[in-house]
Ligand binder design. Structure first.
Ligand SMILES: Cc1cc2nc3c(=O)[nH]c(=O)nc-3n(C[C@H](O)[C@H](O)[C@H](O)COP(=O)(O)OP(=O)(O)OC[C@H]3O[C@@H](n4cnc5c(N)ncnc54)[C@H](O)[C@@H]3O)c2cc1C
Length: 397
């Protein structure tokens, strides 16, 4: 296994780095680097800039609009975006529903939805989790009953990320209540403007509106919006979850945030000298950096295997657990470095309505950022569930 970059990959890195530098709007970059909140238009604006360059869906087959980049080049692109501080390309359309449509959708579905995902004409959300069906997803109860050429959908989804902006939801519904629980599930594409849908905000610890509850009250969904076969949705759902974990280690972003932490701790004072020179604090930063370097090598190992066409298996669980632990640890040390300066909660500053915070501009967003990142060990399959996978599939317990 060769973990060094080939000369053509290094040249590729230069190309994408220059392109990002020339095309990333400064206001978006400042928001991301300074831990400010992004709004719908921020995501859409960056998505469309990348789309115009033809780079929005590197993981798709070229015939549908993919870039033809190798796995290593896709990794370099993600790393360069993280390094520069671009808004993320949201995963729900490009990385989640699109691979399912490409693998299992009808020609009509591919023709209609894939170009709209590329251009961000449709904003997608993920309707998997329900109250009582998170880790145990197959227990989901939202019903879809056939009525002529429609399904009638009743039930509730929860934790629907950015569903308040969504045009479309890919949704798991129960179409056979009598079958074994994995066997009676179907995969439906639901227009979020359909009568009978109610979206209610869930306000998280950081007082942000990122997730929602979605209620379905006799919602009519055309049968043409069924993906693949009825009652085979579990197969498609699992296929999608495999794609969800790709990139979840977020090494590039953690490297950027670690650099921020070091710079910030160099500015904070303890006992009359910069905090970064405090032996206890610097030992914590060094331990974290070692974890991050080990994680990066693990990511490169997985990519190197993927390049030889070996799909990532339980290694993806290791990346999820370690990646999110590192992300959360960075936010903990940020708050520790900020101390009391992290306390003022300044929504106007976070949302860009005020140019400056009432205290320190760098410190003000750190506590909301810390709270927000508690989510990472829960979503995408909780870390406890990933550890179950590791114990079974890697340790054979
Ligand atoms: C910020 C955020 C955004 C999300 N976005 C979406 C979204 O857009 N769409 C969507 O469908 N879902 C979304 N989710 C839901 C997410 O997938 C679930 O929260 C996750 O699967 C856990 O399910 P749960 O919350 O029901 O917890 P539960 O499954 O009830 O788990 C509760 C606790 O028990 C532990 N646990 C459960 N079972 C086991 C077990 N067998 N062994 C050991 N420990 C176990 C869990 O690890 C957890 O700590 C989001 C969640 C969050 C926090």
């Amino acid at each position: 296994m060769d973990l060094n970059y080939a000369p053509e990959d290094l040249a590729f890195r230069d190309t994408v780095r220059s392109w990002i530098a020339a095309n990333l709007p400064a206001d978006l970059q400042q928001k991301v680097l300074n831990h400010k909140r992004l709004v719908r238009d921020d995501y859409v604006r960056w998505h469309r800039i990348v789309h115009r360059q033809g780079w929005v869906a590197p993981n798709w087959p070229v015939e549908y609009g993919g870039t033809g980049w190798s796995k290593v080049q896709q990794h370099i692109w993600e790393e360069e975006c993280a390094r520069a501080g671009t808004p993320p390309i949201l995963p729900f359309g490009v990385n989640m529903v699109a691979p399912v449509l490409i693998a299992f959708g009808s020609d009509a579905q591919k023709r209609h939805y894939l170009p709209r995902i590329l251009s961000c004409e449709d904003w997608w959300c993920q309707g998997y989790s329900e109250p009582g069906a998170g880790s145990d997803l197959a227990s989901l109860k939202t019903r879809a009953q056939r009525d002529g050429d429609h399904y009638i959908v009743n039930g509730q989804k929860t934790w629907t990320t950015l569903g308040q902006h969504a045009d479309m939801m890919f949704c798991l519904v129960r179409t056979d209540a009598d079958a074994r629980k994995q066997e009676g599930i179907s995969f439906l594409l639901i227009d979020m403007k359909s009568p009978g849908i109610t979206v209610r905000p869930i306000i998280t610890l950081d007082e942000d509106h990122e997730v929602n509850e979605v209620f379905f009250d006799n919602v009519r969904v055309p049968v043409a919006n069924l993906v693949g076969e009825e009652n085979r949705g579990w197969t498609y759902a699992k296929y999608l979850l495999g794609h969800e974990r790709t990139g979840i280690a977020a090494v590039g972003r953690s490297k950027r945030e670690l650099a921020f932490l070091k710079g910030f701790a160099a500015r904070m004072q303890k006992d009359g000298r910069p905090l970064i020179f405090d032996p206890l604090f610097s030992a914590k930063v060094a331990a974290l950096e070692i974890e991050l370097m080990a994680l990066e090598v693990t990511v490169l190992r997985v990519i190197s295997q993927e390049a030889r066409r070996k799909a990532p298996g339980p290694e993806a669980s290791m990346l999820k657990v370690k990646g999110t632990e590192v992300q959360q640890r960075i936010t903990e040390l940020m708050v520790e470095a900020a101390g009391p300066l992290a306390l003022p909660f300044d929504v106007a500053f976070l949302e860009g309505e005020a140019a400056h915070s009432s205290a320190d501009d760098d410190a003000a967003p750190l506590l909301p950022y810390y709270f927000n990142y508690r989510k990472t060990s829960i979503y995408g399959g909780s870390n406890e569930i990933q550890k179950n996978i590791i114990t079974q599939m890697i340790l054979g317990l």
